[in-house]
Design a protein around this ligand. Structure first.
Ligand code: PPS
Length: 566
């Protein structure tokens, strides 16, 4: 049954907030992570009703084990405040702390009731189904979350400020009052973290028709699966298709939720959140909130586990499930139909997510039957074909191996081709301009390489070509740099594999001689390690090839990877 009376929020009145803010300024304070910001916003605005704050230890254990709070209410997801050990050591239960956003603005006060060290492996197994870091939430748990949890009630002072798409964001009570005003008695919510294509539109239409309900497109703009299309692009895509829906029956609102990709538990959680937002129905699809494959290459959950768990708790959630039909395009009929209703002799067309990404990255056609031209145009703007995207070429090798010489030749060749700006981050140049205070200890070398990686990732993000040519002796650091860069484009790692003997024979700067005499300490290859790349994109042998040919090998590789037009 729909209930449109206001849901309880955790905010205090404006006057009290002003007073509390002054008092809170004196308290120990915790700077919230992006995920904690999302959680706090939904705690405070009633999206996570009946939670009154971050879970206590008893509630946490009960949620992990039984999907219920201690008092028996259904709640499948641990909403915990993880903090560092260093911070945890400075506070005790009974104390209040201020919760601040990244700029230091005080958003809430947490009255600490509990402080404990969670068993993260148990949480991973019970909540996410496996202690496997291939699951994004398990990776987060082990590698990003702090080691101590704080629990306790929250007093809301102010909601986090969003500068983007303000008019499209609604609190549960804003949506409830909108439904009340419009007289919407039945509302079916569609949760999504992807752009909407024709199949989604058809499916949501059908869901609304079958349930005789109004439709709420309720996309996630908080945190989704790493690697997803950013929410700015997605919202522009949603806006482009909104006019394909009848305005009087459909609404769109953005939900600042941090997803956990927890499949079945997540579906139940999403249902409760939609209930709080005044919805009566919820579409649950195949592999709802699926995290992808585990480290053995198998799916974490069965494709219909989410529907099964939702169905089991449907009455208690108070929202009716509308099972998602997998819609496919039937060529002969020129329309979408549920896959299981298509007659055997019909031709079925479908484009998978992977195929869509391939077509975008190669600049290939995306047919009108699959998506709306305005959506495709928006996606192409954000994801131009590979030969128009930024990328980084990362040379690594011993001092004197020829990195800089090849990098310079390559830069000239790329500039001759034109189209994208080229920046050379040569080892020596970087040490003069970016890292002049650094030496050659492991810590300093790592810092130097991470700085180069940061600059290269910014260049990549902005559509340029970064050519880096440091020694970069440690594989773990090169891996970390790759992660930074690949968030925005390709990284082409090239090992300039000139042997130590040859580098020393050439000794172009006379450094090897000094290193042998012990006059230069920690010299790579002589008195410091060099870890050879194992999985790099290209290995260049400079001993039997001239510079022009070495640079040409790189150009061929770039062509083969689709990074420059052939
Ligand atoms: S690192 O490890 O990647 O941070 O090194 P990098 O910044 O590329 O080093 C740049 C140049 O520093 C000179 N040099 C040394 N190299 C290695 N070990 C020691 N101890 C050292 N001291 C000075 C060396 O000439 C490097 O230049 P390249 O261009 O590689 O020959």
């Amino acid at each position: 049954m729909q209930n449109l009376t206001p849901v309880a929020e955790l905010f205090v009145s404006r006057e009290s907030a002003e007073k509390l803010k002054l008092e809170a300024a004196e308290l120990p304070s915790w700077d919230l992570s992006p995920r904690q910001m999302c959680d706090l916003e939904l705690l405070m605005n009633g999206g996570f009703n009946p939670l009154k704050g971050f879970l206590s230890e008893a509630d946490y254990n009960s949620v992990v084990e039984n999907l219920r709070l201690e008092d028996g209410s259904l709640w499948p997801m641990p909403i915990t405040l993880d903090v560092s050990e260093a911070f945890a050591n400075t506070v005790e239960p009974g104390q209040d702390i201020a919760l601040r956003d990244a700029e230091g603005v005080i958003l809430a006060i947490l009255s600490i009731s509990d402080k404990w060290t969670p068993d993260k492996s148990r949480e991973a197994k019970m909540v996410f189904g496996a202690d496997d870091v291939a699951h994004p939430a398990v990776d987060y748990l082990h590698n990003k979350a702090g080691s101590i949890y704080l629990g306790g009630p929250v007093i809301g002072i102010q909601a986090p400020v969003h500068y983007d798409y303000r008019r499209r964001r609604d609190t549960p009570n804003e949506l409830r009052s909108y439904f009340r005003k419009m007289g919407w008695r039945k509302v079916v919510a569609f949760q999504t973290r992807n752009p909407l294509h024709r199949a989604h539109q058809e499916l949501t239409f059908r869901a609304a028709r079958e349930t005789q309900a109004n439709l709420l497109i309720h996309p996630i703009v908080g945190m989704t699966k790493p690697g997803d299309i950013d929410h700015f692009t997605r919202v522009r895509c949603y806006e482009a298709v909104l006019d394909k829906y009848p305005q009087s029956t459909t609404a769109m609102s953005l939900l600042n939720l941090a997803m956990r990709m927890a499949g079945p538990r997540e579906a139940v959680w999403h249902g409760l959140i939609r209930k709080n937002h005044g919805c009566t129905h919820f579409i649950v699809g195949r592999d709802h909130a699926g995290p992808g494959k585990n480290s053995a290459g198998d799916p974490f959950y069965g494709p219909y586990d989410a529907q099964t768990l939702f169905k089991k708790h449907e009455a208690e959630i108070g929202v009716e499930m509308v099972p998602f039909k997998h819609m496919v395009y039937v060529l002969e009929k020129a329309q979408y139909e549920p896959a299981d209703e298509v007659e055997a002799d019909m031709t079925v067309l479908n484009i998978s997510g992977t195929e869509l990404r391939r077509r975008l990255s190669e600049g290939l056609e995306i047919p009108d039957w699959f998506s709306f031209p305005a959506v495709v145009e928006e996606l192409r703007r954000t994801k131009p074909p590979r030969h128009k995207q930024g990328f980084t070429i990362f040379f690594t090798g011993l001092s004197g191996s020829g990195k800089s010489t090849i990098a310079n030749a390559l830069m000239i060749k790329l500039m001759e081709m034109g189209g994208r700006p080229v920046t050379l981050l040569d080892g020596d140049v970087v040490r003069k301009n970016l890292s002049s205070e650094l030496g050659f200890s492991k810590a300093h070398r790592d810092l130097n390489i991470r700085r180069i990686g940061f600059v290269a990732s910014e260049i990549t993000k902005n559509g340029g070509i970064a050519i880096c040519a440091p020694i970069a002796p440690y594989s773990a650091t090169r891996r970390a740099v790759r992660q930074d860069i690949e968030a925005f484009g390709s990284m082409v790692e090239i090992h300039v594999a000139t042997s130590l003997e040859e580098c020393e024979r050439r000794d172009r700067k006379g450094l090897y001689k000094l290193a042998r005499q012990g006059k230069i300490k920690e010299f790579t290859g002589i008195s410091d390690p060099y870890e050879e790349p194992v999985n790099c994109e290209l290995r260049i042998d400079t001993e039997n090839t001239n510079v022009d040919n070495c640079a040409h090998q790189v150009i061929l590789k770039l062509e083969q990877m689709g990074l420059i037009a052939g």
